[in-house]
Unconditional design. Structure first.
Lengths: 559, 359
């Protein structure tokens, strides 16, 4: 210790670091595999920053024309932009360049994937509830920024595939009423493709958006730190405590180590799994395209929305044109989805009227309606995503692309509500099963013959950990229907709105399964124990189970 | 340093009490220097908690992971200098791949992975796995704190005079509201003002049609029935030489297809074909991808981006997909020397729709 005493004191006397360390170095974080998803996002972002800095040293963000003269023989002598030529140089002429480029791209794929799954975890466990709505919003903004950032990134090399993506972007911008053409001219510095866009996109990609992401990630983590992480219910875990492992040493080792795991995996992917072979596509030119053009996975749903939208949806008013066939899927739908997602905590709260602070997570089954809404949204998303790959699917499964598209046009409206209904039923059934398990124990597979000749299966009580999980479900009453008039016969103020809210609330809570009460649990288990005990006493038989199974009260450990 | 609870402190004191770690392990038969489980929180001992041998084995494993990581990074240095960048190697499943890329990535990835695995193994086997309990503080401050905060805001507000000095307040709001103007206005020079360029292309009356890439003029007999040629206006190479951009190519690219005159059901203008040769824009009317998949038998032209399909035998109308408008047709003929030429510009804007598009 003496070695670090002096420098430690030097810092301590100037910034009082002891106060911070005393408070935080043994801070407790709860453990669950799903809490790792956000970590994956954070670490892949760090990998992106590290590899991104390296790429900036070699990439030339310019649309000036050059004649390629590098090591990749098939493209020698071809006219291309400096951006594309320098991307080829990174891939072929710089040692480790291709590796870093591929790690960067894989890390971007992983970044978006982990953000998305992390978002699903937060949604399905109700982690966004009070007091964490702010972090939900920040997370939503981060997802949006990450999508734009990823798209900007794979557009920079100016190869044929990325240029096609930009052409589509320009077409989407053009579809915006009134300002679309202006906007497109501002973005591209005139007509598409122009020579200004790649340098502009570059500063957005390496400065503007990463800066915003870095700032928001910091805020996201500070809020997690300050509000303390949510935890799943379990023995000893309440809404007012945190049960888990200390930052030092456990999480320093586990989380720190996990960064290296993420880095290592992206590096191995970069080494052995080729991604975005830009040399195979050739330089961008607006009059060429390859069949099977696909965006990165996280853009697939938007591309799918564009694909399945029926045409013939253009209106001409006076001298002007509105392209609903582009505006609706690419601008309005995307905007509506992100807005609804960001506002979800308030939508749920409006329906349930729940204003409590929640630090305990809900298992997805324990909030059937929310889980059903999530399943509905996921179904919608997946169908759009399938739409984005309709050509690939048609090719590989030898079906008609028209058939797939027509199917999706119908399925997008039919399947999500079905997913809602099925999921809600499924969750409620799981709740009933949990209730049964708690009241009657779990089946052991051991069959006992009773004095009256009946056969009965021995049931064991659930473990205390399981019981704590089951009992953690909170029961909430639906909002009551408002009275149409008050005692004096005066019409209730805002009756319609109140009635709507109450109707929603009652639909939300419909089919609720009651959580077993302590009395019910005791009664249910005593009944089972009694029969076994009787059999054992009268015949002096070993029921084939350890004695404590029925000599001790079976509800032990359940409160 | 401080410790979170008493047992933790005792355990660390034992360590510091001159005894070496193995001695403590031998004496207590535990490797776990952490605290005791809190009541109500379940905990099961691990093998490494009670068996010194297995704890030592875990320590050796962690050290091995770290040691191999170091070796891996040395391997990276060797590979960096030893493997020529253009050398390829055959790997099962993957096929021929860059030897340098595979070796560098393997060394870097494996090394990082080993560090991570070592650290996690260390945490899981040798660090305390007793779950600790900390109370949450209520985030919402008590009424006194809130009142005090509000009082201070009121005090500050009063001293600033913002409440009662109306002229000051309004002028400040006015100034702040206009502050973004000088920041945003210069952005208008990001691009020129749209002046109808989207409505015109390089095509004009008598403009020779040339094959893309080779820029050679085309005679009608060069295109067989069922054939397809990517073409551009003859003036394009010199325009691109002058402008150094691809803007005109993005609008002027066309395809020529030839069918038997009887197969043509309709056109966008009377006799816009030349002996069954039809010229259509190549740029999709949906969001502007080049359409490139032509099915001879059905005369359907498919855009590979979003699968809009146009029937070129039927005035380029949309038969499937998200495009709203038919593919613009270019009227063509031949010049005195018998080469294909345009009879004028497109009658309507090509490419994706936009607000100012009149039809």
């Amino acid at each position: 210790m003496s070695v670090i005493d002096k420098p430690y004191d030097w810092v301590d006397e100037r910034v009082g670091v002891s106060k911070f360390i005393k408070k935080n170095v043994r801070k407790i974080f709860p453990d669950h595999w799903s809490f790792m998803l956000g970590e994956v996002a954070l670490y892949s972002f760090i990998v992106l920053l590290l590899t991104g800095v390296y790429l900036t040293l070699f990439f030339k963000a310019s649309q000036s024309e050059v004649i390629y003269n590098g090591s990749y023989v098939p493209l020698r002598g071809v006219k291309m932009t400096e951006a594309y030529a320098s991307s080829l140089n990174i891939s072929f002429d710089i040692r480790g360049g291709l590796l870093i480029r591929q790690i960067h791209h894989w890390a971007a794929i992983l970044f978006l994937a982990s953000i998305s799954v992390h978002l699903l975890r937060v949604f399905f466990t109700g982690a966004f509830r009070k007091p964490r709505e702010l972090n939900w919003i920040i997370g939503n903004i981060l997802l949006t920024l990450a999508i734009v950032e990823g798209f900007a990134g794979y557009s920079l090399p100016d190869d044929l595939l990325s240029g096609t993506g930009l052409r589509i972007t320009s077409g989407i911008v053009l579809s915006i009423p009134v300002v679309g053409t202006w906007l497109s001219y501002l973005i591209f510095g005139g007509q598409f493709p122009g020579v200004d866009f790649i340098p502009r996109l570059y500063s957005v990609h390496i400065l503007l958006i990463p800066g915003l992401i870095l700032g928001l990630v910091t805020a996201h983590l500070m809020l997690v730190w300050y509000q303390k992480h949510t935890q799943f219910p379990g023995p000893g875990r309440t809404n007012n405590n945190v049960v888990g492992y200390p930052l030092m040493p456990v999480y320093m080792a586990k989380a720190g180590g996990f960064f290296f795991v993420v880095f290592g995996l992206t590096a191995l992917l970069g080494a052995f799994v080729q991604i975005n072979p830009i040399w195979a596509f050739g330089p961008y030119t607006p009059d060429q395209v390859t069949a099977g053009s696909q965006p990165d996975w996280y853009m697939g749903w938007l591309d799918g929305a564009l694909r399945v939208m029926p045409g013939n949806m253009e209106t001409h008013i006076w001298h002007y044109t509105i392209s609903w066939n582009i505006l609706v899927p690419a601008v309005l739908l995307a905007g509506a989805i992100f807005t609804a997602m960001a506002l979800y905590p308030w939508i749920e709260r409006y329906i349930t009227g729940d204003t409590e602070v929640h630090n305990l997570l809900e298992r997805p089954r324990d909030n059937a309606t929310r889980t059903a809404i999530g399943a509905m949204a996921l179904t919608f998303y997946t169908l759009l995503w399938i739409g984005g790959g309709n050509d690939i699917i048609a090719l590989n499964f030898h079906t008609s692309i028209n058939l797939i598209t027509r199917f999706l046009e119908v399925a997008l409206f039919v399947l999500p509500p079905i997913a809602f209904l099925l999921t809600k039923r499924f969750c409620l059934s799981l709740q009933r099963r949990d209730r049964d398990k708690l009241l009657h124990g779990v089946e052991t597979g051991r069959i006992l013959r009773l004095p009256n000749g009946r056969f009965e299966e021995v049931h064991e009580p659930v473990s205390s950990a399981e019981a704590a999980k089951i009992l953690a479900r909170t029961e909430q009453a639906a909002l009551p229907m408002p009275a149409k008039t008050d005692a004096n016969g005066v019409r209730t103020k805002g009756y319609g709105a109140k009635k709507f809210r109450a109707t929603m609330s009652q639909a939300w809570h419909s089919g609720a399964v009651p959580v077993p009460t302590a009395d019910e649990i005791e009664h249910g288990q005593e009944h089972a124990a009694h029969q076994l005990h009787e059999a054992a006493e009268r015949y002096g038989i070993e029921p084939g189970v350890p004695n404590e199974d029925f000599s001790e009260p079976m509800h032990e450990g359940i409160n | 340093m401080s410790f979170s609870d008493k047992s933790d402190k005792r355990a660390v004191e034992r360590l510091l009490d001159g005894a070496s770690e193995p001695e403590i392990l031998a004496a207590h038969s535990v490797t776990n220097v952490g605290p005791q489980p809190a009541s109500g929180v379940e905990h099961t001992l691990r093998r490494t908690d009670v068996d010194v041998e297995s704890a030592k084995r875990a320590e050796r494993q962690v050290a091995m992971f770290f040691g191999l990581a170091a070796l891996s990074f040395i391997g990276f240095v060797v590979a960096f200098f030893a493997i020529p960048k253009d050398k390829t190697v055959y790997l099962p499943v993957i096929g021929d791949t860059s030897a340098s890329n595979a070796a560098l990535g393997l060394a870097m990835g494996l090394g990082a992975l080993l560090i991570g695995m070592g650290a996690i193994h260390w945490a899981k086997k040798l660090m305390s796995d007793v779950e600790l309990v900390q109370e949450r503080h209520e985030i919402k401050p008590d009424a006194d704190t809130r009142a005090s905060a509000m009082a201070q805001i009121a005090e500050g507000g009063l001293e600033s005079g913002l409440g009662h000095r109306k002229v000051l307040r309004r002028s400040l709001i006015g100034a702040m509201a206009l502050f973004p103007l000088p920041l945003i206005l210069p952005l208008l020079d990001l691009g020129p003002r749209p002046t109808g360029q989207l409505k015109h292309t390089l095509w004009s009356k008598g403009m020779p049609i040339v094959v893309d890439v080779t820029y050679q003029k085309i005679r009608p007999e060069d295109i067989p029935v069922g054939g397809l040629v990517d073409a551009v206006p003859a003036v394009l190479p010199s325009v691109e030489e002058a402008t150094h951009n691809l803007n005109d190519r993005a609008k002027a690219a066309i395809i020529l297809v030839r069918m038997r005159p009887g197969e043509i059901r309709s056109q966008q203008g009377p006799n816009w074909d030349y002996e069954g040769i039809l010229a259509y824009s190549k740029i999709c009317t949906h969001v502007g991808c080049p359409t490139s998949l032509y099915e001879q038998r059905t005369h359907h032209l498919l855009c590979p981006c979003h699968q809009s399909t146009f029937d070129l035998a039927d005035s380029g109308k949309v038969v499937f997909g998200p495009a709203a408008r038919r593919m613009p047709q270019l009227a063509i003929t031949v010049d005195a020397e018998g080469y294909l030429v345009a009879r004028g510009d497109f009658a309507q804007p090509v490419g994706p729709s936009f607000w100012e598009r009149t039809s």
